[in-house]
Write a protein that binds this ligand. Sequence first.
Ligand SMILES: C[S@@+](CC[C@H](N)C(=O)[O-])C[C@H]1O[C@@H](n2cnc3c(N)ncnc32)[C@H](O)[C@@H]1O
Length: 296
Amino acid sequence: MHFCKIKSVLEKAGFLGGDASSQLQVTLVDVPSNDWNKVADTFFKPGAVGCAGNILPSLVPKSFYAGEVAPAGSLHIGISVDALQWLSHAPPISLKDSITYVDGGPTHVEAFRRQFEGDAEHFLRLRAMEFGPGGLLMLVLPGTLGGRHICEGLLSCVSDAATELSAQGKIDASLLEDFIWPIYVPTEDELESIVNKAGYWEVLQRGGVSLTQMWDAYRESEDADAYAKVLTAIIFSAGGLLLRSRLAISEDTLQELRDKAEELVRKDPNKYVFRNIHVAVLLRRTRRRQSVDTGR
Ligand SMILES: C[S@@+](CC[C@H](N)C(=O)[O-])C[C@H]1O[C@@H](n2cnc3c(N)ncnc32)[C@H](O)[C@@H]1O
């Protein structure tokens, strides 16, 4: 993210007093286990994209569910991309032969939907304390559009690979059965109704987009090797640590799992179609909490 560009857009839009000498405080929030050295290097070392005299960075190693991440009323603009789908924890239910809640049918979907609703409401109420009236918050996350969603090809290659390794005794079968990827991919309607239920925010804009064309072309280009590598890189960079700890596997077994997933995708790319589907809402902090119609 190029903070200087964001700053100049904000100046043109009349934020920051419209003066190039103004300062922009940037607060990056992520979990404590994030690679903070990499973040600092990428964004803030001399010459890096976020580095400029009038950009003031602060790094907050804290879960966005764990309480305030900024002083009350101090934030004006918030951007959350590809993060809110991560639940605070997965509901305690198990599932055989898959790590994707959707494959468990209606009971699993409902348990994950409720968890997401609770987590997202909590997130929105916490953020409401940190933003002043008029503050803008954009949420972009993997979602569901027309019944299709991002978990389909992306997670099923890990499920299939893990099932094979478990059959070979390399992954504990009961740990695998208890592990479901702790994400939920909402529809636009679900997201909007959670915002309304949480209060404090109004929806200025909402949208959903399916960016699968690029991936379809990639998959069909006959370079199955490149497709398999990219697909597994997405999953294992986001969830490698999680898989290691929840399946209690060594670094070597994690690598074997990744190699197996890659091999499965390479052999049959059309079985693992990546659906790059995202939903988004742009929210504005209202002056006071909106009254919520509870239907009573
Ligand atoms: C797929 S990455 C997206 C990173 C970045 N927003 C981007 O678009 O490139 C998801 C990020 O969300 C972070 N994340 C997940 N759960 C979180 C939580 N509860 N609190 C703060 N960050 C969280 C992960 O650690 C990870 O860095």
